[in-house]
Design a protein around this ligand. Structure first.
Ligand SMILES: *Cc1c(COP(=O)(O)O)cnc(C)c1O
Length: 431
C-alpha cells in the first residue's frame, strides 16, 4: 500500500494502524477521519532527531499547524517537544488551550492585525515572522507600549521557483509573502528593523512552497539565504542567529509519487548547508524547519459512505459520497491527487472507472476523477487516503454540512480527537 500503516485484513477490509476501517465507520459514522497517532509521533521524531543530529544543538522543527490545527495536535507537539508555526490568533488560542508553551512558536502571516500582534505579545509568542515594514512599525509600537523588546525574524523571498502548483508556490519575488532580496528591499528592511528600539532581530526566514520532492530548490534557497546573511553582515555588521528554512517537503498521495526519506533529505541538505556556511565565513545559525504536510498527511484517511452511482453512457461514471468539499476542498481548489479505494472490498478487481463526487450543490465538488475501484453498492465504505493535512483545517460548513468526526488510533484502541459537529453547532451563532 501507499504507506506502511495501511494494510488489508483477512476480510479484505482496509486497515489503518491495524484497525479495521469498516468497524470504525460502523462505530463512529461517516464521514470520518481516522488518524494514526504513532505515525504522527514518528514523523515528529524523525524531524526532531535528524535536525538535532545534522544541524546541531538548538535546531528544531516548528510544526506548521495550519495543516491540522486542534488541541490534540498541539498536545502531541508539546509531548514530542517540537516548536510550532502559527498564522493567526485563533491558532495561537488553540495552542494555548492545549497548554503549549508558545515561546517555541513562530507567528506567521502576511497581514497580522494589531489585535494579533497584541494578543501574541500578551501571550509570549517566541518570534513574529515579519512580512512587511508597516507590520514591523506596529510590532515596535505595541512592544513599546507593553515595555518589552520583541524578538522577530524577517521573511525574505529568495526568488526560487520550486516547480510545484502555482497556488502553493511562495518563494518568488512577485509574491504576497515576504520581502524580496533581489530588489534591494531586504537590505532596507534589515536596516530599518535594526533601528527599532523595541524589536530584536534574530534572523531570517524563507518558505519556497509546498509538496516539493526535489532537494534542489531547498538547497538553492538555503544557498541564497546564507549568501544573504554573509552580504548583510558585510554591509551592516549584523549577523543572523536563526535561519528558518520553512516547510514544503513532499508527501506521497498516489503510487507514482516517491515516499521521501526525511531523515536522509535533512542529512543531504545539512551537508550542503554546512559547506555553504564554511565558504561564506559566517557563524553557524540555528536552523529551523517548518514541516506541516509531512507531519500529519500520511497519518490519516477519510471514510465516506457511498450513496448514488451514476453511469452516463458515452461519458463517465459518478460515485457520490456523504462528504466532499466541506471536509476536503483540495481537489476543488487545486486538483490535488488522492488515492481512493473501496475499503470494504480491497481485494476485488478495480474495474470501475469513475469520478468520486461530494454531496454539495457545486459541480466542482469532486474528490477525485478517473479513479479505478470495484463498482460500489450504496452503503459501502469508500476511503480517501493521506488526508491529514489541509483537510480538516480547511473544512467548511458549506450547504450546512456539519464537519466530520476525527478519531485517533493508538495501542489501546480508538479515541475521539474532534467530535462530530451537530446541527445545533451549525446555528449556534445565528441570531
Ligand atoms: C504552509 C507553510 C509551511 C508548511 O508547509 P508544508 O508544505 O505543509 O510543509 C511552513 N512554513 C510556512 C511559512 C508556511 O506558510
Amino acid at each position: 500500500m501507499l504507506h506502511e500503516n495501511l494494510t488489508i485484513n483477512d476480510l479484505g477490509h482496509l486497515c489503518i494502524a491495524g484497525a479495521d476501517t469498516l468497524l470504525l465507520a460502523q462505530k463512529h459514522g461517516t464521514p470520518l477521519m481516522v488518524m494514526d497517532e504513532q505515525r504522527i509521533r514518528r514523523n515528529f521524531q524523525i524531524y526532531k532527531g535528524a535536525m538535532a543530529k545534522y544541524f546541531g544543538e538548538g535546531s528544531f522543527p516548528a510544526f506548521a499547524s495550519k495543516s491540522f490545527s486542534c488541541k490534540y495536535i498541539y498536545r502531541l507537539a508539546r509531548e514530542e517537544n517540537v516548536g510550532i508555526d502559527i498564522v493567526s490568533s485563533g491558532e495561537l488560542y488553540t495552542a494555548l488551550e492545549a497548554g503549549f508553551n508558545v515561546e517555541k512558536s513562530f507567528f506567521h502571516g502576511n497581514n497580522k492585525t494589531d489585535f494579533d500582534i497584541e494578543y501574541g505579545i500578551d501571550n509570549g509568542v517566541g518570534h513574529f515572522v515579519v512580512d512587511n515594514m508597516t507590520e514591523l512599525d506596529s510590532i515596535d509600537r505595541i512592544a513599546r507600549k507593553k515595555g518589552i523588546i520583541q524578538p522577530v525574524i524577517l521573511r525574505l523571498t529568495p526568488g526560487i521557483d520550486p516547480h510545484t502548483h502555482a497556488s502553493i508556490t511562495t518563494g518568488q519575488v512577485d509574491s504576497k509573502f515576504g520581502i524580496a532580496i533581489e530588489t534591494g528591499q531586504a537590505d532596507d528592511a534589515v536596516r530599518y528593523t535594526l533601528s527599532k528600539a523595541n524589536i530584536r532581530l534574530d534572523g531570517f526566514h524563507c518558505h519556497i512552497g509546498s509538496q516539493i520532492f526535489d532537494i534542489k530548490p531547498f538547497c538553492d534557497a538555503a544557498r541564497l539565504m546564507i549568501k544573504y546573511i554573509a552580504e548583510i553582515k558585510e554591509k551592516t555588521g549584523y549577523e543572523a542567529g536563526i535561519l528558518n528554512l520553512g516547510g514544503g517537503f513532499g508527501v506521497r498521495y498516489i503510487p507514482s509519487q516517491p515516499e521521501l526519506d526525511y531523515e536522509e533529505f535533512i542529512r543531504l541538505i545539512s551537508e550542503f548547508i554546512n559547506l555553504e556556511i564554511e565558504a561564506s565565513k559566517i557563524k553557524r545559525p540555528i536552523i529551523i524547519m517548518e514541516p506541516g504536510r509531512s507531519i500529519v498527511a500520511d497519518s490519516c484517511l477519510t471514510l465516506y459512505t457511498v450513496g448514488g452511482t451514476k453511469e452516463i453512457p458515452g461519458f463517465k461514471n459518478y460515485v457520490s459520497v456523504d462528504g466532499g468539499m466541506p471536509d476536503n476542498p483540495r481537489y476543488a481548489l487545486y486538483q490535488s491527487d488522492y488515492t481512493v479505494c473501496l475499503a470494504s472490498r480491497m481485494n476485488d478487481k478495480n474495474d470501475f472507472k469513475c469520478t468520486v463526487a461530494g454531496r454539495c450543490c457545486e459541480s466542482g465538488d469532486l474528490l477525485q476523477e478517473n479513479v479505478d475501484i470495484p463498482k460500489p453498492q450504496r452503503g459501502e465504505i469508500l476511503a480517501v487516503l493521506v488526508t491529514g493535512a489541509y483537510n480538516y483545517s480547511m473544512a467548511s460548513n458549506y450547504n450546512r454540512i456539519p464537519r466530520p468526526k476525527v478519531v485517533g488510533i493508538r495501542d489501546t484502541g480508538d479515541f475521539e480527537i474532534i467530535r462530530r459537529e451537530t446541527f445545533a453547532d451549525l446555528t449556534k451563532n445565528d441570531l
